[in-house]
Design a protein around this ligand. Structure first.
Ligand SMILES: [Zn+2]
Length: 201
């Protein structure tokens, strides 16, 4: 496989790639211990996008795993989970961080957020800012569920260079945010870099 495009995403920021159906997209946790919020949007229909809640309803699972497809809000497959070179811990329950989340945590009003990163990347992609942020798939994020249904927020366990690979099942824009959360320990209190690589077959 040949890398035909690489987008390096600085800590606390976002990036995007446009991919044709069939392309492979690798998301890399460059420094390790970093959550990457993932979004995918149909290139042909500005109202169709990857939906974590619709995905859970089809995969019958709270969390994604190799072999699963990710589905849109129209219940069509948009991405396939092709390969996982990480410890295999990812989240599909938690909403992206946003300005309101940081306000509740007592942060400055201008604290970076995955929601802002997503909407800026969508505007830059040419599709346009949709005006809202769908629930992300939170790659490398550790949110274990206990027997009573309780959630806990754990530090990401990925190592430097860990990655996973997705296959686009429709022409789409894929947005990734290097989560800027530095108040609770999901990024080990030290937000770092991620990268997106597009590969041919
Ligand atoms: Zn975030």
């Amino acid at each position: 496989m040949t890398v035909i495009e690489r987008v390096d995403i600085a800590p606390r920021t976002g990036g995007f790639v446009r991919v044709a159906a069939g392309r492979l997209v690798t998301v890399v946790d460059v420094d390790g211990g970093q959550v990457a919020d993932l979004y995918a949007w149909s290139a042909d229909d500005p109202t169709e996008y990857l939906s974590a809640q619709h995905t859970r309803a089809i995969t019958d699972s709270l969390f994604p795993a190799v072999g699963d497809d990710f589905y849109t809000n129209r219940r069509r497959p948009i991405l396939h989970f092709e390969r996982d070179d990480t410890p295999g811990v990812h989240d599909m329950l938690i909403a992206s961080c946003d300005a309101e989340r940081y306000a509740l945590l007592g942060c400055d009003p201008d604290h970076a957020s995955c929601s802002d990163n997503f909407r800026a990347a969508m505007a830059a992609s040419g599709i346009g800012d949709p005006g809202f942020t769908p629930q992300s798939v939170n790659l490398f994020m550790a949110i274990p569920v206990d027997a009573d249904g309780g959630l806990s927020w754990e530090p990401a366990v990925t190592r430097p260079g860990d990655s996973l690979t997705l296959r686009a099942l429709m022409d789409c824009v894929i947005v990734v945010s290097a989560c800027p959360q530095d108040v609770i320990p999901i990024n080990n209190l030290d937000p770092t870099r991620v990268a997106i690589e597009v590969r041919d077959q």
